[in-house]
Design a protein around this ligand. Structure first.
Ligand code: IVH
Length: 680
């Protein structure tokens, strides 16, 4: 007997919601994505057949609803407050002193809870009988906007609380953030579409959350962390903040794993410095930390001043945005001829690092910012985000500030600059006669993840090209030690070493060689896929676009780039010369290519700093062996390689019982798999 659709729908939803909870809240994936997708589609088709079975809590309902004309207003029953700030240790000590005086507890230490201050948007989520019924922005603290449809698209916000008998009413407060990875990807998409990039993740999160069309929000990888319960009915409110956070976790609300209980000011400062040191590795922006008195009876006794509680304070970090002066704009020519404007800046400290260059993305961006030389500009820089100019302070423009002129000819080779209709990127048309493109192509060829030529750094490549000793990658192998020895800062010893390294690099692998050629759109993953599919270079070179598109992840654009590359006589000449110079690799029968590599199907994570290997090198070895290298630890992780000062990734691996090895063990394993490990 088959199961009633109404029953099956409920079972599937529970299954999917459970998997989602484990994935988004516990960071532990229970099943492969493909299995999730299969069950999701099954539920979708059942709901399509029986529309009356669709319910608000179904995971299929996270894709966004009809666009709204405007947001309706929501008044906050409990106002959404702000926090006082402390900018120094002294201000923090004064805060603690004031507290103890008011509480008349003398020299006794206060028990605090310390939390990251997430740099996103405050939201309120209301759950009635366990069901998410409303999401709202903070607004002015009293009245916000109803963004229910938008918050429903955020995967880490449960549509239903995960308890048998949920309280009749729970209002959760927390922060919506956009992680760096999502921010970088979103800005790349914006730029490709000719749209304006977002200045920082907070603006991007705000823009995403305040979309009248929730389908747009659904495309943005937003995250949520809860930090308090503002209202609770039908259950007892715990007696302290830390227990309240624990209750939130029990209800299935995600709470930051960084939160700690701390005793006294010393505890708070230790927390502050620890997390400040790891700021760049968190993966999302935090602009400080928040300290809260743990005991609710003490919070009550302390009360509020105007719109901020006396029992909490935000201890701010150095800003990730700073003002400096634009000294000049230079035009860099990339490997593919793309001409990108780079801002030369008066050096400035941003988020603890001195920044003197920043990207301007493209010509349109200069026009959009209405930038002039000499302007005061705002720079944004965070962990894994490239420093960028995000704004101009127009009022501070000096007299006679020069306009920025886009070059009509390549600043390096003088060839015409061409910008295709509808393209945002201007390119040098010089191809490989352009020294900049030659240099970039050779640097790429020699790089660790490509041919891995030891000792052939960027500087030497530049000198070799400038001195006309090489112009293509094939020329590298004809270099004589005597020629190199004559170059500045090179001696006979280093010249001999470089020639030996070049000779050694001739033995490579097909994926590395294909990647090293620098074909547009062919990254490491595509090079690997091509190698597995074709088994040998001749077959890749002979393939037409239709055949190329049968390779996993190769679409029409990539296929046409590959085809185009192998149709150029000068590229064929270079490949022939490389082979004549002795560059070789193992070819194989594509039919037994699958399962060929020892680490096929494994996912490795590298964290902390290593002494012998560089990060790129370690990654390249793993990819060569067939493993995937991921940026974060999840249940899918096979092994974590932890170098020195490994932080939260190591903690997480331990929590999830994932095997952790150190660098020595890692090298031993590589050697056991036949890799000849070279020191970085
Ligand atoms: S508690 C009465 N905790 O900071 C306490 N706020 O300046 C109100 N924020 O609007 C907030 N992380 O958007 C609190 N762990 C955290 C926070 C946090 C970020 C934001 C929140 C609030 C602003 C207050």
């Amino acid at each position: 007997m088959s199961i009633e659709p109404s029953v099956l729908v409920v079972q599937l939803r529970e299954q999917l919601n459970d998997w989602s909870y484990r994935y988004y809240i516990l960071n532990d994936s229970a099943v492969p994505d493909a299995e999730y997708d299969r069950v999701f589609r099954l539920l979708q088709s059942l709901e399509n057949e029986h529309p009356h079975l669709i319910s608000q809590e179904s995971p299929t309902q996270r894709v966004g609803a009809f666009p709204l004309d405007q947001f309706s207003q929501v008044s906050h029953e409990v106002p959404m407050l702000s926090l006082d700030n402390a900018f120094s240790d002294e201000e923090l000590m004064a805060f603690d002193r004031r507290l103890r005086d008011r509480l008349s507890i003398g020299e006794a230490s206060v028990g605090y809870v310390a939390e990251p201050k997430l740099d996103g948007l405050a939201v309120s989520l209301v759950y009635e009988n366990g069901l998410l019924v409303r999401g709202a922005t903070r607004g002015d603290g009293q009245t916000g906007e109803d963004i229910t449809e938008n918050v429903r698209t955020i995967r880490s916000i449960p549509l239903r609380l995960r308890v048998e008998n949920p309280p009749s009413l729970v209002e959760v407060r927390g922060e919506v953030v956009l992680p760096h990875v999502g921010f970088n990807a979103l800005n790349t998409r914006q730029l490709e579409a000719g749209l304006k990039p977002f200045a920082n993740p907070r603006n991007a999160a705000a823009g995403s959350l305040r979309q009248l069309d929730s389908k747009v929000t659904a495309q943005r990888p937003l995250d949520f962390y809860g930090y308090s319960i503002a209202r609770l009915e039908g259950a007892d409110m715990p007696a302290c903040h830390s227990d309240m956070l624990a209750l939130m976790s029990t209800l299935g609300i995600r709470v930051s794993p960084e939160i700690r209980q701390c005793i006294g000011v010393e505890g708070l400062l230790a927390f502050y410095h620890d997390i400040l040191g790891r700021r760049a590795d968190l993966g999302y922006d935090i602009d400080g930390v928040v300290y809260k008195v743990d005991r609710f009876d003490w919070q009550e006794a302390l009360g509020f001043v105007s719109r901020a509680p006396r029992w909490a304070i935000a201890h701010k970090f150095p800003a990730q945005e700073e003002i400096t002066r634009l000294l000049d704009v230079e035009w860099q020519v990339g490997r593919t001829g793309a001409i990108t404007p780079v801002a030369r800046l008066e050096p400035v400290q941003v988020g603890g690092v001195v920044v003197s260059n920043a990207t301007l993305h493209n010509v349109d961006e200069i026009a959009r910012l209405d930038l002039r030389i000499g302007d005061s500009v705002i720079i944004y820089r965070a962990g894994d985000v490239i420093p960028k100019v995000v704004g101009v302070i127009a009022e501070r423009r000096p007299d006679g500030a020069e306009r920025i002129v886009t070059p009509q000819t390549c600043p390096v080779c003088g060839s015409e600059v061409f910008r295709a209709e509808g393209e945002v990127i201007a390119r040098c048309t010089g191809g490989l006669i352009c020294a900049a493109q030659q240099k970039e192509a050779i640097k790429h060829f020699a790089s660790r993840r490509a041919m891995d030529v030891d000792g052939l750094g960027d500087k030497i490549v530049e000198v070799l090209v400038d001195k006309n000793l090489i112009s293509t990658v094939a020329d590298l192998f004809a270099l004589q030690a005597e020629q190199i020895a004559e170059l500045e800062r090179m001696g006979e010893k280093s010249a001999a070493k470089l020639v030996a390294a070049l000779a050694e690099s001739r033995g490579t692998t097909l994926p590395r060689f294909l990647f090293a050629l620098g074909i547009r759109e062919v990254g490491e993953a595509t090079a690997l896929a091509l190698s597995k599919f074709f088994g040998g270079l001749e077959a890749v070179m002979a393939a037409d676009e239709e055949l190329l598109q049968r390779v996993p992840d190769v679409g029409p654009i990539v296929a046409s780039r590959i085809r185009h590359f192998f149709q150029q006589q000068h590229n064929l000449d270079v490949i022939r010369s490389l082979r004549d110079a002795g560059v070789h690799w193992q070819e194989f029968d594509p039919s037994d290519a699958a399962g060929e590599q020892p680490l096929d199907g494994e996912t490795w994570v590298l964290t902390g700093s290593m002494n012998i290997l560089s990060r790129d090198q370690a990654k390249a070895y793993l990819i060569d062996l067939g493993a995937k290298v991921a940026g974060s630890v999840s249940a899918k992780t096979t092994v974590v390689v932890a170098g020195e000062k490994a932080g939260s990734k190591l903690d997480k691996a331990e929590k999830l019982s994932i095997p952790v090895i150190d660098e020595a063990e890692f090298i031993a394993r590589l050697q056991a798999l036949g890799v000849s490990v070279k020191e970085a």
